[in-house]
Each structure stands twice: as C-alpha cells, then as structure tokens.
Design a binder for this molecule. Sequence first.
Ligand SMILES: [Zn+2]
Length: 54
Amino acid sequence: MHSKTRQNTSEPVLAALVGDDCSWCASGALAREEFKGDAAVVCNECGTPTVRVW
Ligand SMILES: [Zn+2]
C-alpha cells in the first residue's frame, strides 16, 4: 500500500531552489511557501513565486 507521509520527495525542483537569490529583486532569497494552495518557492523579500507544482 502506498502512504503519503513523505511530502518532500515529490518536489525536488522546489527543494533545489530554496535559498537561491531572487531573480526579481536585489536582496531577496527564495523560501518554501504555499501559493494559492500549491507548493511553491516564493521570494521572502518581494513575494514573487518562482516555481509552482502543477
Ligand atoms: Zn524577490
């Protein structure tokens, strides 16, 4: 039986982006957030979502 207890393994792209510099502003860094209910990586400075999981 499959269990969905592990939530990080399905989002390798997001995990790889966390901590990167924001592409949209000078001082922001990317952090894991939810954007409109989906997992995303969002700048902690300007709030721009970089990647969403479809
Ligand atoms: Zn930014």
